[in-house]
Design a protein around this ligand. Structure first.
Ligand SMILES: O=C[C@H](O)COP(=O)(O)O
Length: 337
């Protein structure tokens, strides 16, 4: 069955190999506090804006299916568990290479399209397994590093961990920042730390995890976002998935406004990755709406937007299956992701 809206859905599939933005964020030559020290963030205004963004705009039918396909292409399919094994990583990579069954792709009119997730995200010692399993697929391997999730190991070890993951073949490094630097407003220390991490990454893209659930206020979130970007982060990311509060929209709104402001001041482009606690297709749609409304369509593509999630793909598959067949499949059929 080819749906009449086929073209709407096909347009959702980004060009192949577009996961990594070619142009890196150069950051600023030195910490520039004038860009953030006087900025205030109003919590209730951010909450109101985040709530109306997702209720005002509803995405239906073919458009919804299209957006869900786009969401898949932006997922950093993640496993960050103590019980990770080579086998588990290989299964995850197989899912990343083919997130939708051939039948479902055909039912959506996408049989000719190459649909993959945006990346696979793993712990450093799992990188070699992921690199091998994804060889030739063009899917980037992302590795967390720097003492993830707390980041409280000495800096030389954290930098060595980045180099280990890059040497093993990671294309992207998800670093965690020292939350204490934010809580004590020690912006020079945060800038220097992220700069050193960016150096250690070499050609690998750096995603800076701010662990926003740990840094108390939206003002801190805005400031930490600015400092990480000034230090050369290619992406800023909300959370590790291990904090008590992970990706939430008012925080995301604050971060994307910081990306917008930083872009206007520096001319540089930085991507955004909400991560942690996102489980449903509806979550994916909410974040895509936020990106489109605040930063425009270019920020709904995998080179500028990723969804860090270990389990969201399963619900997206179910919703797409419902769209294509009118029936919901049992969730156990989509157990892996
Ligand atoms: O970066 C990704 C997160 O660790 C995934 O969190 P999650 O398991 O809550 O989806």
């Amino acid at each position: 069955m080819v749906l009449p809206e086929k073209h709407t859905i096909i347009k959702a599939v980004p060009e192949a190999e577009s996961q990594l933005h070619e142009v890196r964020n150069r950051g600023t030559a030195a910490l520039t506090p004038e860009w953030f020290e006087d900025v205030a963030v109003n919590l209730s205004a951010a909450e109101r804006r985040a709530a109306t963004l997702v209720t005002r705009r509803s995405v239906k039918k073919a458009w919804q299916a299209a957006w869900l396909v786009r969401a898949i292409t932006c997922i950093d399919l993640t496993t960050l568990a103590g019980e990770d094994t080579a086998g588990r990583v290989r299964r995850l990579c197989a899912k990343a290479k083919k997130p939708l069954s051939s039948e479902l792709q055909a039912a959506l009119g996408l049989e000719e399209e190459r649909i993959t997730t945006g990346a696979v995200c793993v712990y450093p010692t799992m990188v070699p397994h992921a690199v091998k399993a994804l060889e030739g697929s063009g899917i980037p391997v992302a590795s967390v590093a720097t003492g993830f999730p707390a980041g409280l190991t000495p800096l030389p070890q954290r930098l060595a961990e980045i180099r280990y993951a890059v040497d093993a073949g990671a294309d992207e490094i998800d670093i965690v920042i020292t939350r204490e630097h934010v809580l004590t407003q020690n912006w020079p220390a945060l800038y220097d730390e992220v700069r050193a991490m960016r150096e250690a990454c070499g050609p690998a893209h750096l995603k800076a995890i701010l662990a926003t659930g740990d840094i108390a206020t939206l003002r801190n979130v805005y400031r930490a976002s600015m400092v990480a970007m000034q230090a050369g982060a290619d992406f800023i990311k909300t959370s590790t998935g291990k904090e008590a509060v992970n990706a939430v929209l008012p925080v995301g709104l604050t971060m994307v406004r910081a990306i917008r402001d930083y872009g206007a001041l520096s001319g540089e482009i930085v991507g955004f990755k909400p991560a942690g606690g996102m489980r449903t297709a509806k979550d994916a749609l909410s974040w895509l709406i936020l990106m489109k409304e605040e930063l425009g369509t270019a920020w709904t593509m995998p080179d500028r937007f990723r969804l860090g999630a270990s389990t969201m793909l399963g619900d997206i598959e179910r919703q797409l299956e419902h769209y294509a067949t009118g029936r919901y499949s049992a969730s156990y059929r989509h157990a892996l992701a």
